[in-house]
Design a protein around this ligand. Structure first.
Ligand SMILES: [Zn+2]
Length: 217
């Protein structure tokens, strides 16, 4: 049973969120979407001012402990001293969470998102259309929905990547409804809460695997 003595004192108000994110890591690791220390996850714990609970950098996602989380502000900076370092990609979580409707952000490093992001990079994205499973994405009611999953070149300069992602969200560009991919790296999605974000990762991973397997047949 959960033992509150395991929790760092500053995370006590967020016990449920911490344990839910640990469960996400265990499940994603089992499915091969978050192997080793790859991937990162977050939930919004305060809206005004914006604060997120983010996975710490360099932690094995199948074995996250209650110490492996960081409270950060809307700029990705730690809100308290003496926390572990937050994920290198924290800023991408903050960017997604700027939308008031977003309560959780999930990022995986799956084989299919890695492989397909490379193959479809010249097109700038992947069009997902005609699949029944699209209805698992929030607000989608028909398999005829066309979901555009943009692809961004990978970099270690996360502020620069965040700028490119933000620019792509401008109204005069193709709207991003549910997520995006970083080339040869992984996929980001989000949701009103952790359950919704979890479901959308599952949908994207399923659809990407369908496309990848179809292409190899
Ligand atoms: Zn990543």
């Amino acid at each position: 049973m959960s033992d509150i003595e395991d929790f760092p004192k500053h995370l006590l108000p967020y016990r449920d969120q911490v344990d839910s994110l640990r469960e996400v890591g265990r499940l994603f690791w089992e499915r091969g979407w978050s192997v080793g220390t790859s991937s990162n996850y977050s939930v919004v714990v305060n809206r005004d001012p914006l604060q997120l609970l983010v996975t710490a950098s360099g932690k094995h996602k199948g074995k996250l402990t209650r110490q492996d989380f960081v409270l950060v502000d809307g700029s990705g900076l730690p809100v308290l001293p003496e926390q572990p370092k937050s994920s290198a990609e924290t800023l991408l979580h903050c960017l997604a969470a700027q939308d008031n409707s977003v309560g959780a952000v999930l990022h995986t490093h799956s084989v299919w998102s890695t492989v397909l992001s490379d193959r479809f990079a010249p097109q700038g994205g992947i069009l997902l259309q005609g699949y029944e499973m699209l209805k698992g994405l929030s607000g989608v009611t028909t398999h005829e929905h066309a979901e555009w999953l943009p692809i961004f070149d990978n970099t270690q300069d996360i502020p620069e990547l965040a700028q490119r992602v933000a620019a792509n969200q401008q109204p005069d560009h193709q709207p991003m409804h549910h997520g995006y991919i970083i080339r040869r790296h992984g996929i980001y999605t989000w949701g009103a809460d952790l359950d919704e974000a979890f479901r959308q990762i599952e949908i994207f991973e399923f659809l990407l695997e369908c496309i990848g397997r179809s292409a190899s047949m």
